[in-house]
Design a protein around this ligand. Structure first.
Ligand code: C5P
Length: 221
């Protein structure tokens, strides 16, 4: 049996950081499923494929080549598309907003789901996203759903963007985070929600190490 930890939750909650630290601690593989949706959005845009060109979107999804490399400093990932590094463009809110529009399409999600399941390998997998515990790995033995108040998530998101040299302001970031969460939570297919058997952790007043400790305790128990 291959152990899997699913980490789901809304944007800016800190899933990416928690996932990569835990993957390193356990020496498990890491799946940043949001990076797959973001990368797909970049390639679709570069190929000028629109949201309703379903046939072309599916053709592209079946053919696009994405690979990840873990950064040494617990930053989520370096991402390569056809061997070209796209990490910084991938992390902008503009790319995220485009990704969340493509992420509504059920047939596209089905193709990307196959790619995501290929990350399941020994000795284990940490998978972060929106539907890891509900749809992609419903049988995972360890499921966590991270939440935090939206103002706190906007603050975290802005800090993260600034650390990457991307400018922004808090009210704009708050509006973007709210809009994206609303779209992800209210879509028809694979909406953002906790699995019934997930441990829900409100991280509003928790430091990253406290969140890690809670997740590690779940795995060790
Ligand atoms: O996690 P991240 O912010 O990188 O995700 C970008 C977007 O990709 C999300 O807002 C969501 O629309 C989509 N996504 C998804 N399912 C996942 C991961 C991401 O729909 N498992």
């Amino acid at each position: 049996m291959i152990p899997i930890l699913t980490l789901d939750g809304p944007s800016g909650v800190g899933k990416g950081t928690v996932a990569s630290i835990i993957a390193q601690k356990l020496d498990w593989h890491l799946l940043d499923s949001g990076a797959i949706y973001r990368a797909f959005a970049i390639v679709a845009r570069d190929n000028d494929i629109k949201i309703d060109d379903i046939d072309d979107l599916l053709k592209l999804a079946n053919n696009f080549d994405i690979s990840f490399k873990l950064n040494s400093n617990h930053e989520p990932l370096n991402v390569y598309l056809n061997n070209v590094e796209v990490s910084s463009e991938l992390r902008t809110e503009k790319t995220a907003a485009l990704a969340s529009q493509f992420a509504k399409i059920e047939s596209l999600r089905k193709v990307l789901l196959v790619k995501q399941r290929q990350f399941k390998k020994l000795p284990g997998l940490v998978a972060d996203g929106r539907d890891m515990g509900t749809v992609v790995f419903p049988d995972a033995p360890f499921k966590v759903f991270l939440t935090a108040e939206v103002e706190e998530r906007a603050k975290r998101r802005l800090k993260q963007l600034q650390e990457r040299g991307i400018t922004g302001n808090i009210s704009h970031t708050l509006a973007e985070v709210q809009k994206r969460d609303e779209r992800d939570a209210n879509r028809q297919h694979s909406p953002l929600r906790p699995a019934k058997d997930a441990l829900v952790i409100d991280t509003t007043n928790l430091a990253i190490n406290e969140v890690i400790a809670k997740v590690m305790a779940l795995i060790k128990a």
